[in-house]
Ligand binder design. Structure first.
Ligand code: GAR
Length: 196
C-alpha cells in the first residue's frame, strides 16, 4: 500500500509515519509528499528522507480546477493508494476527492464532532477546548468527504485536559498522542482491522 502525505507546516505527524515505515513497523510505502506551503518544514523532512515531494498551490496553479487536477495527477503518477492529510490546511478539490473517495484520511486534534469545522485547526482547536472548560479532549482519525472534519470516524482516543493547561501545554500533549495514535491506526488500516 503506497501512502501519499499532504502537510502544510511542520510535518511532525508525517515524520512519525515515515519513521514507522522506515523501522518496518508500518507496512506501507511513501509515494509522494505534497505541500501547499513552499516553506513547510515538512518538505525538508521529505527531502531528508529521500521521498519525492512537490509544492502545489494557488501560485503554481491559479485556477482551482487546475490545482485539483495537478494534485490528482501527482497522486496517480506516484502510484498512491491512500492519501493522508497530516496537518494539511487546504480543502481538496472535487476531482481528487472523487478519485480517492474512501481512501483519504485526516488527523484532527480533538474528539470530533466537537471542535471541528471550518477555521478549527491547530492551536485554535485547543483554545476552543480550554475556553469551554472541557476536562477531556483527544485525537480523531477520519475519512475525508469534502466537508471540513465530517467524514466517517475511523478511530478516536482521549487526552486529558489539566486545570493548569495553557494552549501550548495542551497542544503538546495532544500532538505527542497524535504521533503514536496515527501510527497505531494506520497499522490497523494496513492489516485490514479498520476497513476504509
Ligand atoms: C496537528 O495537530 C494536526 O492534528 C492538525 O495540525 C497539526 C499539524 O502538526 N490538523 C488540523 O488541525 C486539521 N484540522 P504537524 O504538521 O506537526 O503534523
Amino acid at each position: 500500500m503506497k501512502i501519499a502525505i499532504l502537510a502544510s507546516h511542520g510535518g511532525s505527524n508525517m515524520q512519525a509515519v515515515l519513521d514507522a515505515i522506515a523501522c518496518g513497523r508500518l507496512g506501507m510505502e511513501p509515494s509522494i509528499i505534497i505541500s501547499n506551503n513552499r516553506k513547510a518544514y515538512a518538505l525538508e523532512r521529505a527531502a531528508a528522507a529521500g521521498i519525492p515531494h512537490r509544492v502545489l498551490n494557488g501560485t503554481t496553479h491559479p485556477e482551482p480546477a487546475d490545482l485539483d487536477q495537478a494534485i490528482l495527477a501527482a497522486l496517480r503518477e506516484s502510484g498512491t493508494d491512500i492519501v493522508l492529510l497530516a496537518g494539511y490546511m487546504k480543502k481538496l478539490g472535487p476531482a481528487t476527492l472523487s478519485h480517492f473517495d474512501g481512501r483519504i484520511v485526516n488527523i484532527h486534534p480533538s474528539l470530533l464532532p466537537k471542535f471541528g469545522g471550518q477555521g478549527m485547526y491547530g492551536s485554535r482547536v485547543h483554545e476552543a477546548v480550554l475556553a469551554s472548560s472541557e476536562t477531556e479532549t483527544g485525537v480523531t482519525i477520519h475519512l475525508v468527504d469534502g466537508a471540513y472534519d465530517e467524514g466517517r470516524i475511523l478511530a478516536q482516543t482521549p487526552v486529558p485536559v489539566l486545570p493548569e493547561d495553557t494552549v501550548e501545554t495542551l497542544a503538546a500533549r495532544v500532538l505527542e498522542r497524535e504521533h503514536r495514535f496515527l501510527v497505531e491506526t494506520l497499522v490497523r488500516v494496513s492489516k485490514g482491522e479498520i476497513p476504509l
